[in-house]
Write a protein of this length. Structure first.
Length: 364
C-alpha cells in the first residue's frame, strides 16, 4: 500500500520524507528539487509488537510497513502539463492515499512559490488541478457510454447518473471523496475511474516550533475548510522533526521532545495515521523464529488475512487459532492461553480484528 506526499514546491515534502524514511531525499530551497518520486518503506510504530517480542523472545522481530512516495511539487496549470504536472499526476494516481503538506509558518528565508504564505490558497491550487484532471477523465468516460445510455442500456444509464453526479461535484470545486456513494455504486462504477480526488487524504500542517503542539491561525483555517471533506488534519513541525532525526541516541531524542512538550516524534504519529487512512490494520504471528506484524485491509475475513502471508494459506485455509493481543500479553504463552481457554478456533467467515494473534491451519 502506498501513500504519496504531495504539495506545492518548497513546502517541506522532501524534508518530511527524510524524517519518515531516513532515505535522505534531496531537499533544497528552490522549486522542483524533487523530480522523480523518492520511495521509502517505513516501519509502522507499534508498541504491541515490542511487548510480544519481550514475551516470546524470538530470533527476529518484523514490523508492519507502509510505502511512502515523495512526489514532485505541483503548480498552477499542472492539469494542462505546466511544470511537472503530467508526471506529478501520473505518480499520484498510483498511490492509495494522499499526504498533502501545507505550509503553515512564516519564514522570510524560505521562498514560497507564490510569494506569500497562504495555506488556504495553496490547498485550493492543488485541489483545482486534481479536480480538473478528474473532470477530464470522467468526461471521457461519459462520452464513451453516452450512446449506450441513449439506446436504453440500463447499466449505462445507471453509470451515466453516477458520472453526472461526479462531474457536477468537480465543477463546483468539490472533491469526489465528499460524495457518499453506496457500496454497490462505488464497486461497480466509481472505483474503476481511479479518481485522484476520491483518494483518502490527510492534510499535514507544517508549522514552526511554537505551533508544534496546538497549531496556529493557519491550522485553524485549514481545519474549518476541510471539516466537510471527510479528511484528517495533522499538525507537524517538519523542521523540528528533521532536527530530532539528526540526534544519535534515543535518550537525546526523548529529551529534545520533552523540552518542546511532545511525548513522541510527530513522524511516528503520522505513520500510524497514514496506516489508518489506508484502512489498514495489523494482526500478529508469534513464534520462536519470529514475531511479525502483518498488514491487512480492515474488514478482511480470516482466509483473506491468511493470504497476506502466502496465497496457499488462503487457497487451502482450514481454520485459524486466534487470541487477542490483550489476552496474549496477560497470559504470556500459548500453553497458559490454552489452559485459560483463551484460544479460539475460527472459520472462513471470521472477520479479523486489529491486534489478533493468529496461527493458521491450511492444506494445499
Amino acid at each position: 500500500m502506498k501513500a504519496g506526499i504531495v504539495g506545492l514546491p518548497n513546502v517541506g515534502k522532501s524534508t518530511l520524507f527524510n524524517c519518515l524514511s531516513n532515505a535522505k531525499a534531496q531537499s533544497a530551497n528552490f522549486p522542483f528539487c524533487t523530480i522523480e518520486p523518492n520511495i521509502g518503506v517505513v516501519n509502522v510504530p507499534d508498541k504491541r509488537l515490542d511487548i510480544l517480542a519481550d514475551l516470546v523472545k524470538p530470533e527476529k522481530v518484523i514490523p508492519a510497513t507502509v510505502e511512502i512516495l515523495d512526489i514532485a511539487g505541483l503548480v498552477k496549470g499542472a492539469s494542462k502539463g505546466e511544470g511537472l504536472g503530467n508526471q506529478f499526476l501520473g505518480n499520484i494516481r498510483e498511490t492509495d492515499a494522499i499526504l498533502h503538506v501545507l505550509r503553515c509558518f512564516e519564514d522570510d528565508n524560505i521562498v514560497h512559490v507564490d510569494g506569500s504564505v497562504n495555506p488556504l490558497r495553496d490547498k485550493e491550487t492543488i485541489d483545482i488541478e486534481l479536480q480538473l484532471k478528474d473532470l477530464e477523465s470522467t468526461e471521457k468516460r461519459r462520452d464513451k457510454i453516452l450512446r449506450s445510455a441513449r439506446t436504453g442500456n440500463k447499466e449505462a444509464q445507471k453509470e451515466l447518473l453516477i458520472l453526472d453526479q461526479i462531474i457536477a461535484t468537480l465543477e463546483s470545486a468539490q472533491n469526489v471523496r465528499s460524495i457518499a456513494f453506496s457500496e454497490e455504486d462505488r464497486l461497480n462504477y466509481v472505483n474503476m475511474l481511479q479518481l485522484i480526488t476520491d483518494k483518502p487524504v490527510m492534510y499535514i500542517c507544517n508549522v514552526s516550533e511554537d505551533g508544534a503542539i496546538s497549531g496556529n491561525d493557519f491550522v485553524d483555517q485549514i481545519k474549518q475548510v476541510v471539516a466537510q471533506e471527510n479528511a484528517q488534519v495533522l499538525i507537524l513541525a517538519v523542521s523540528i522533526e528533521a532536527d530530532i532525526n539528526e540526534l544519535d541516541s534515543y535518550d537525546e531524542r526523548q529529551l529534545f521532545l520533552e523540552d518542546i512538550g511532545l511525548t513522541e516524534p510527530g513522524s511516528a504519529k503520522l505513520i500510524r495515521s497514514a496506516y489508518k487512512l489506508l484502512s489498514l490494520q495489523t494482526y500478529f504471528t508469534a513464534g520462536e523464529k519470529e514475531v511479525k506484524a502483518w498488514t491487512f485491509k480492515k474488514g478482511s475475513t480470516a482466509p483473506k488475512a491468511a493470504g497476506v502471508i502466502h496465497t496457499d494459506f488462503e487457497k487451502g485455509f482450514i481454520c485459524a487459532e486466534v487470541t487477542s493481543f490483550e489476552d496474549f500479553s496477560r497470559f504470556g504463552s500459548d500453553q497458559k492461553l490454552k489452559e485459560a481457554g483463551k484460544i479460539r478456533v475460527e472459520g472462513k467467515q471470521y472477520i479479523v480484528q486489529d491486534g489478533d494473534v493468529m496461527h493458521f491451519r491450511f492444506n494445499v
